[in-house]
Design a protein around this ligand. Structure first.
Ligand code: IMP
Length: 427
């Protein structure tokens, strides 16, 4: 039975929350596979408006098993807050399962994220300061503490002691900040462990079992391709892989089992945090897109930079992910514009290039080359069939499909579930 991976194709915030919420309705299992509470997935459904950070977007469907996969880092305090807020609004979290292999965000990770950002001064990455980078660094340095470790308090104590000693040395000697108390951290995380215990499992077995029973599995991406530590705008990137490849590692599923890779693209492009964006619009059009699209961070409230659709990025993203289809979101945000631009190549030191450069200094010198298309200047939100879109909107979508290199399966024309055009089937 099918496995669909929904992947952010740009710099994150592509509207994956809504797309995943839609697909989750037909999914038996939804797995978050990367990132942590740096993500903020906005979902508007018949129960109201929700901003999810760690809990998979399938949580609104009581028959869906929602798995936080091994590729995610968890801050238990944030997770409990999110679970409590869902429960208070009548959404059960009984079906939430957490991989025993997820790494934990510890208090020293959030502290160090802030201290490191401040020490970078003008070269700050603009991280979400949620401890994501330090937690993934520790995972790779084999200094991480995993959710499953909390289930054995004695072993957890032995593991935490030398790690906290090492972290406190950095906190006090490098940054001149106050050391963290072992007892406080240990006791707090033991309590978290007791509360989390009933959700912790070996999740690869569960996914395998579900597939053997012919169930539908959805792999829910967080962040976007251009934030990938390998293929993103490094060092202005996050610390885990939001790519289709990352979904295999972060969920514990082999690549041969994925049937469709859905690239989620905004009909334009946005970025939050530091780092270059060639089609950035620091003008009235940029402002208009920001206001119409409500382009402010779901969690942080930070204003996002807005720009024209960048097809150099789209081609690159499609290549490194192997998209089989695309979801185009926020088409309605462009409804009032008299004309639209699409970036098809870059001018670099007098030459034309159409490949996305791997080097940040090179990218900073790239100037977008645009083609212009007419706008449609009429509301698309009430439209449900592709044929009913204004001719100019169809032309725009068809051109995006051509440039991305795969069909648009879904087109989103508003934040509500029903404000969606199902164009070509995903499978
Ligand atoms: P971190 O993931 O908090 O370490 O932040 C690293 C970079 O990724 C910063 O530029 C963040 O703004 C960006 N980032 C992290 N998560 C998201 C997201 O969910 N949407 C958009 N940008 C993100």
């Amino acid at each position: 039975m099918p496995v669909i991976a929904a992947i952010g194709a740009q710099w994150g915030d592509e509207g994956k929350g809504k797309i995943v919420d839609l697909l989750a309705e037909q999914s038996d299992v939804v797995v978050r596979f990367s990132g942590g509470d740096n993500a903020g997935h906005t979902i508007v459904n018949p129960l109201g408006k929700f901003a999810l950070r760690l809990v998979p977007s399938g949580i609104f469907n009581s028959r869906t098993t929602c798995i936080i996969g091994n590729g995610v880092v968890i801050n238990p305090a944030v997770l409990f807050e999110e679970m409590d807020s869902l429960n208070q609004r009548g959404v059960s979290t009984d079906n939430l399962v957490i991989s025993d292999r997820t790494n934990l965000i510890m208090p020293y990770h959030t502290l160090l994220d802030g201290l490191e950002e401040e020490s970078r001064g003008g070269k700050a990455i603009g991280t979400t300061r949620r401890g994501i980078g330090p937690a993934f660094s520790d995972k790779t340095a084999r200094l991480g503490i995993r959710t499953g470790d909390l289930l054995d308090k004695k072993a957890f104590k032995e593991r935490l002691l030398p790690i906290l000693e090492h972290k406190n040395a950095i906190i006090t000697k490098v940054f001149g900040a106050d050391a963290l108390s072992f007892d406080e951290v240990y006791n707090q995380y033991c309590q978290y462990g007791e509360k989390l215990a009933r959700h912790i499992r070996e999740t690869t077995l569960m996914i395998d079992e579900a597939l053997k029973q012919g169930k539908q599995v959805l792999l829910e991406g967080a962040q976007g391709t251009l934030l990938d530590p390998d293929f993103g705008t490094y060092p202005y990137a996050t610390s885990s892989s939001p790519l289709a490849g990352g979904s295999c590692v972060g969920a514990g599923i082999g690549p041969t089992r994925i049937n469709a890779v859905l690239g989620v693209f905004k009909a334009y492009i946005t970025r939050v945090g530091a780092g270059p964006m060639p089609t950035d619009l620091q003008d009235e059009t940029g402002k208009l897109i920001r206001e119409r699209g409500q382009e402010y961070g779901t969690v942080s409230g930070r204003a996002r930079n807005c720009g024209w659709f960048d097809a150099v990025i789209a081609r690159f993203s499609s290549r490194v992910n192997g998209f089989t289809g695309a979801a185009i979101t926020n088409l309605d945000v462009l409804d009032t514009l008299p004309s639209l631009k699409i970036c098809t190549g870059y001018k670099l030191d007098g030459e034309t290039i159409d490949n996305f450069p791997g080097n940040i200094a090179t990218l900073e010198r790239c100037q977008p080359i645009y083609e212009e298309l007419p706008g449609w200047q009429s509301p698309t939100t009430p439209i449900r069939k592709f044929e009913d879109l204004p001719q100019q909107a169809r032309q725009y979508v068809n051109r995006l499909e051509e440039l991305i290199g795969c069909p648009a399966n879904l087109i989103s024309v508003g934040s509500a579930r029903e404000e969606t055009i199902f164009k070509d089937p995903i499978l």
